[in-house]
Design a protein around this ligand. Structure first.
Ligand SMILES: NC(=O)C1=CN([C@@H]2O[C@H](COP(=O)(O)OP(=O)(O)OC[C@H]3O[C@@H](n4cnc5c(N)ncnc54)[C@H](OP(=O)(O)O)[C@@H]3O)[C@@H](O)[C@H]2O)C=CC1
Ligand SMILES: O=C1O[C@H](COP(=O)(O)O)[C@@H](O)[C@H](O)[C@H]1O
Length: 491
């Protein structure tokens, strides 16, 4: 068996004092090291404007790891690999200082010149940073250079194109890793395995046997302290354009001829090309938006979105979206893919329900209304696993059936270690595997699909708030399915 590659790398994080770096990146790097996945020959440079010293930075790194995992071993040694430089990305003179530090650490840590630049800050800076990295010779190294870019990649199709042109002027497509952390989730990666490693599913995976597919990603949190970003973005840009459409693509794509990056991407791109674009006058028929008002979540009273911060008082930004997606190809013609996502809902959960078509006449249920179609449920989070709902004989002498659940929970298998999505994706980038990152074509096509919805919503005054915190969103989200004779499955 071939030994796993243990990359040696110098990681430079732009936005090192920010929320993402603290909550996700430092704990992930810690796990990569503790699990022996990366070499001990690694170093991290943290860049941001505030005037931190190395010590303050390291204390923050340690705190974030402890917040994620509790008390941890060898934390001081881990943190000693972290170095801070106060840095304003808009200040050109800063890049020479940064280059000096990069070269010094490369010889100190023997990282073989491998450089990973992680842009964990507001997207408005991405183009400028990429350009300066090129201009100041930071790509000139005997090792590899890779750039991880956070979402959102643009604000609409035009701005995404502009951003892409800026980045592509400095980096080749193979060096660019556009991260969508849902693609690093164990159960999202499992979609392909469930489909392509099980004859019983793949043969049925089409419009002859599937009635509809439902993807729900609900959150209990509100906007928290991200209102500046979120209010400009809303749920459609924050979740639908990226995470939700990526899950649709994985559910709908044809089997790739192999599992290489290019083949998998090529199949996903075909799905994106087949998404039925909406005419402006169809948007209301296919999409519902909402904004949370006051309510109760996890037994706690919470304020409505407009009360979360002073700048939100008149906000028309949606915190909930439900939509119906149609895919115009041979496999999926006529099968609706329903998606819904929102903040301040009753629970934090992402799940996919595949509803199979019912048999023409069911002898075992007393009335039409009692039909229980077979469902395959993929629990992305929490309780990662899958469940299959079948019908079996009800105990007793009557010839009646009742639904039963066959389930598998990933967490119940102690040998299986579910890595944090960012940990997995950081490692993939270090070994040059871009399969679970988004290609520019996917980004462009997803914006192309979203743009008409943005256009219609921008021009209207919604009647917000229109759902209570702690509810499953506005009533219209239920009607979206009811009009097709379907309903959301709460399984
Ligand atoms: N937080 C999350 O859960 C998620 C975030 N993302 C994406 O990750 C990126 C970062 O988000 P997040 O961490 O939440 O944002 P934050 O606002 O928490 O962090 C922004 C970081 O950028 C730094 N910064 C701002 N301006 C400059 C500048 N001119 N020069 C240098 N550094 C600067 C800030 O530090 P300082 O003020 O010290 O300069 C800070 O470290 C965004 O693209 C976001 O969309 C994606 C998915 C989830
Ligand atoms: O990208 C984002 O995702 C999170 C939800 O991610 P999860 O892994 O916790 O499900 C969301 O809260 C955030 O608004 C969005 O930017």
């Amino acid at each position: 068996m071939s030994e796993q590659i243990k990359p040696k790398v110098l990681i430079t994080i732009f936005g090192a004092t920010g929320d993402l770096a603290k909550r996700k990146l430092y704990p992930s790097i810690y796990r990569l090291l503790r699990n022996n996945t990366i070499s001990k020959d690694f170093a991290v440079i943290g860049l941001a404007r505030r005037g931190w010293s190395n010590e303050v930075f390291r204390d923050n790194v340690k705190e974030s790891v402890e917040q994620a995992f509790g008390e941890c071993e060898e934390l001081d040694d881990f943190a000693s690999h972290f170095h801070y430089q106060s840095f304003d990305v808009t200040d050109k003179t800063a890049y020479d200082r940064m280059k000096e530090l990069v070269e010094q650490l490369e010889s100190q840590y023997d990282t073989e010149g491998n450089r990973l630049f992680y842009l964990a800050m507001a997207p408005e800076f991405f183009g400028q940073i990429a350009n300066s990295l090129q201009e100041y010779g930071l790509k000139e190294t005997p090792g590899w250079t890779r750039l991880i870019i956070e979402k959102p990649f643009g604000h609409d199709l035009d701005s995404a194109k502009e951003l892409n042109n800026q980045i592509r002027a400095a980096f080749d497509e193979e060096q660019i890793y556009r991260i969508d952390h849902y693609l690093g989730k164990q159960m999202v990666q499992n979609i392909e395995v469930i489909r392509f490693a099980n004859g019983i599913f793949e043969h049925l995976w089409n419009n002859r046997f599937i009635s509809n597919i439902q993807i729900t990603s609900s959150e209990t949190l509100g906007v928290e302290d991200r209102s500046r970003y979120y209010d400009d973005s809303g749920a459609i840009r924050d979740m639908v354009q990226n995470h939700m459409l990526q899950m649709v693509a994985l559910l709908a794509m044809e089997p790739p001829i192999s599992l290489t990056t290019d083949e998998v991407r090529s199949e996903k791109i075909k799905v994106m090309r087949a998404l039925r674009e909406l005419d402006l006058d169809q948007v209301h028929e296919y999409y519902v938006r909402g904004q949370y008002g006051h309510g109760v979540v996890n037994d706690k009273e919470v304020a409505g979105y407009r009360k979360e911060s002073e700048d939100l008082i008149f906000s028309n930004t949606e915190t909930f979206v439900a939509g119906k997606i149609l895919i115009d190809n041979y496999r999926w013609a006529g099968v609706p893919f329903y998606i819904r996502t929102g903040k301040r809902m009753p629970e934090k959960r992402t799940k996919i329900v595949i509803e199979f078509k019912d048999i023409p006449m069911n002898l075992y249920f007393k009335s039409e209304r009692e039909h229980h179609p077979n469902l395959l449920v993929i629990n992305i989070q929490p309780d990662e696993g899958i469940a299959l709902y079948l019908n079996a004989k009800k105990s007793g002498s009557e010839a009646l059936a009742e639904p039963i659940e066959l389930s598998y929970k990933q967490g119940a298998m102690p040998a299986i270690n579910t890595p944090e999505a960012y940990e997995k994706l950081l490692y993939d980038c270090m070994i040059g595997d871009a399969t679970n990152f988004t290609h520019w074509d996917e980004v462009a096509l997803s914006w192309q699909y979203i743009d008409p919805i943005l256009k219609v919503w921008e021009d209207e005054q919604p009647n917000f708030p229109n759902y209570e915190s702690g509810s499953m969103g506005p009533k219209k989200s239920d009607e979206l399915l009811n009009q097709d004779g379907n309903h959301w499955w709460e399984v």
